[in-house]
Design a protein around this ligand. Structure first.
Ligand code: AP5
Length: 250
């Protein structure tokens, strides 16, 4: 459920703590954006910087693919069928997950939700769950990128089945072709990164998830960020937007 955190937390010296105002960076975040825009990559970088838990519903479902058939519940079997076709997993299954694992949202260090919510019904359920636990949602980041660049990111993505590290054939290749830099396992292509599933995922995103941009804009939680450039550039843009938002709020 939690992704690996390869990037160490940066320690800040005592001197800088004395002289500077402490940064009130967001602790409770949602990452929105089309499939392949780079939410998982940014989730990792943000988690390392903010110390918050990176929670990905896609990773939870993918972890279930390693279970033996007889260990899969009927709900998980259905979820995986939808996922392989590039469709959304039905809300009732995703909301069941929220009921089962909602206490993860109480993580003292905060949370970064990646891939959840994905429909208005899920966003409303999240609101309810957070209200019950009296946890505020601080910010919703919407990453944006032209379609042709998204398709290039998806078609070149390769994943490590073991430690879940993410690579890209051209933009972030492994040192040895086809092998994970971290643990040496053979990399694979996600089934839903094949062209026929990618097309379905894009359509589903436009229909079911894109309306969440307006949903969160209405609550003044939305920050739109261009996902162009390197992961580090996108990360810096995101951190600068958080700081700007904090200055405006003062
Ligand atoms: P999920 O795993 O959440 O997939 P997704 O939203 O489609 O997003 P991706 O993981 O494909 O992409 P990403 O935006 O994280 O990009 P990444 O950082 O990897 O969900 C999968 C499926 O599970 C769904 O289709 C659905 O079936 C189901 N599901 C999950 N949650 C659900 C929910 N709440 N409700 C219903 N169903 C649900 O980057 C992509 C590639 O680009 C990588 O190779 C990376 O190295 C590269 N890259 C990233 N950033 C950059 C950059 N700045 N420059 C160059 N390359 C980059």
């Amino acid at each position: 459920m939690e992704r690996n955190r390869n990037v160490p937390l940066k320690s800040r010296g005592a001197r800088s703590k004395r002289l500077r105002q402490p940064e009130a960076l967001p602790q409770h975040l949602v990452l929105l954006g089309a499939p392949g825009v780079g939410k998982g990559t940014q989730g990792e970088l943000l988690s390392a910087r903010l110390g918050a838990c990176h929670l990905s519903t896609g990773d939870i479902f993918r972890a279930a693919t390693t279970l033996n058939e007889c260990d899969r519940t009927p709900a998980i079997t259905r979820a995986l069928e939808h996922m392989q076709r590039g469709e959304l997993v039905p809300d009732e299954i995703v909301l069941g997950l929220l009921t089962e694992r909602g206490n993860r949202l109480c993580c003292g260090a905060g949370f970064i939700l990646d891939g959840f919510p994905r429909t208005v019904a899920q966003a409303e359920a999240l609101q309810e769950c957070l209200a019950q636990h009296q946890i505020p949602l601080d910010v919703v980041v919407s990453y944006e990128l032209p379609l042709e660049k998204i398709v290039a990111r998806l078609s070149g993505r390769r994943i490590c089945p073991n430690c879940k590290a993410v690579y890209h054939l051209e933009m972030h290749p492994p040192k040895v072709k086809g092998m994970c830099d971290v643990c040496g396992a053979a990399l694979y292509q996600r089934e839903d990164d094949r062209p026929e599933s990618v097309r379905v995922r894009m359509e589903v995103y436009e229909k079911s998830t894109a309306p969440l941009v307006e949903f969160y804009r209405r609550d003044d939680l939305l920050v739109s960020i261009s996902a162009e450039g390197t992961p580090e550039e996108v990360f810096m843009r995101t951190m600068n937007a958080f700081k700007k938002r904090q200055t405006v709020a003062r």
